[in-house]
Design a protein around this ligand. Structure first.
Ligand code: HAM
Length: 423
């Protein structure tokens, strides 16, 4: 029996990897332009890290983490997200820079044991940024602008930015009470909620707003929202975020039901959703998490960030038929017609590669016909033939596979010609 990969995991094949490299390069270039530095944290962490940050009652912690015990009976898990890990590393290594901030970005695999479907996998790849050290609404707006810049750089058009404010801890306590009162004053409301929502309304009421059950959704549309209970400070913060976004001409929609599936958020939350993705339509999501660092024993400091799914980003590019500008070197195939000519073949091979040209050679001396067939299969633009005549004349046959022309040239001319054409 052939062994297959695990359900919900994907091989990224050689035919796909160029697109990944390209998107990863956009992350490196753009995030660094905005002053972020890369961090790489371990894939395994203590389970407690996510229980205490993402939240005990969230779906991620209750149902989706891949956990196991190590040899010393410690609870370990594969990271389901990166914000908590970055917060841990920030405190552990005291990462604040000279300006009093830490601006960090990451790219890497995350793991959630969800029911796989298009755009939802058990191992998926996130890119993300975390800015730790400021409570300023300007930071929230800058992050939303960066998110917008990121997708426009890639060429996406069919997307929308949704924003909301969840208020501070106190606001959330008040909202929690109001929501419970609202759903309990009319038995019809409570009774018509799904069993998950009946449970969540007491344990984690914000999650109710996010319920995908159509019956719940009808009721939820009339629910009071966190925005109705923002204190003056939180209202001011939210207004400043919007004002700055307006001045930057970033288009957004307010969605007062936008809550996130992770507990650490407060104040601004946002999502970038795409029209071509079906149910799993959020490509990038994030928000403020001002209490997380101090809850881990770090300084009392504001923080905000976002993360996006690489697979969903690629699906969105596919939906919009975006041709990512994948630059590839033209390819050259070296045909050697005798074992003793290999030293000349490898000399050219080496020179081409040193000049950034992709070059192949046949490791076995096969017939000219068979090697030319290989050159065709590898999509080679040129074949360089080294046979008896070439050795005698100290020149090489350069065959242009596209123009169907060939000429006998010396090494210098040959290299110049190919390098020039490669651009
Ligand atoms: P999240 O909404 O759980 O937030 O995930 C962010 C993004 O990761 C999603 O919008 C989606 O593109 C991708 N994603 C999540 N789960 C899956 C999955 N099972 N399969 C494929 N893609 C997935 C966070 O993870 C927060 N840490 C974001 C953040 C950073 N907030 C502040 N800083």
């Amino acid at each position: 029996m052939k062994i297959q990969s695990l359900k919900g995991t994907n091989d990224i094949l050689p035919s796909e990897i160029k697109e990944w490299h390209l998107l990863e390069n956009v992350c490196h270039t753009l995030f660094e332009l905005y002053g972020y530095e890369e961090i790489r944290t371990p894939i395994i962490e203590k389970t407690e890290l996510f229980k205490r940050s993402v939240g005990e009652t969230t779906d991620i912690v209750q149902k989706e983490m891949f956990t196991f015990k190590d040899n010393a009976e410690r609870n370990i898990c594969l990271r389901p997200e990166e914000t908590a890990a970055v917060a841990r590393a920030f405190i552990q290594h005291n990462l604040t820079n000279k300006t009093g901030m830490a601006k960090l970005y990451y790219i890497g695999p995350m793991f959630r044991s969800e029911r796989p479907q298009a755009g939802r996998y058990r191992q998926f790849n996130q890119f993300g940024v975390e800015a730790i050290g400021s409570h300023s609404p300007h930071l929230d707006a800058e992050l939303i602008a960066l998110m917008d810049e990121f997708v426009t750089t890639i060429g996406l058009k069919n997307y929308k930015i949704l924003i909301n404010s969840l208020g501070c801890k106190k606001d959330r306590e008040i909202y929690k009470k109001k929501l419970l009162e609202y759903t309990q004053k009319d038995k019809n409301i409570f009774n018509n909620l799904c069993s998950d929502c009946k449970r969540r309304i007491k344990s984690n009421p914000l999650r109710v707003l996010d319920c995908k059950n159509p019956e719940c959704h009808k009721l939820i549309k009339k629910f009071p929202t966190p925005q109705d209970y923002l204190c003056d400070d939180c209202k001011e913060h939210y207004n400043k975020v919007k004002l700055l976004l307006d001045s930057l001409k970033i288009e957004y929609e307010e969605d007062s039901l936008l809550v996130r599936g992770l507990d650490y958020y407060n104040r601004t939350t946002f999502e970038l959703v795409h029209g071509g993705l079906g149910a799993q339509n959020a490509i990038i999501a994030g928000g403020r998490y001002d209490n997380l660092i101090s809850s881990f024993g770090g300084p009392d400091t504001g923080a905000c960030g976002f993360a996006g799914g690489m697979e969903r980003l690629l699906l969105a590019c596919e939906a919009e038929k975006i041709n990512l500008p994948l630059k590839d070197s033209l390819s050259v195939y070296i045909v050697t017609l005798d074992e003793s000519y290999y030293k000349y073949g490898f000399d050219i091979l080496h020179a081409l590669r040193k000049n950034g040209i992709k070059a192949h050679i046949s490791y076995e001396t096969k017939s000219l016909k068979s090697q030319m067939r290989q050159a065709n299969k590898l999509n080679s633009r040129f074949a360089i033939i080294i046979g008896e005549d070439e050795i005698k004349s100290k020149k090489y046959t350069l065959k242009d596979m596209q123009e169907h022309k060939q000429e006998l040239v010396d090494k210098k001319t040959l290299l110049n010609k190919i390098i020039k054409l490669n651009g």
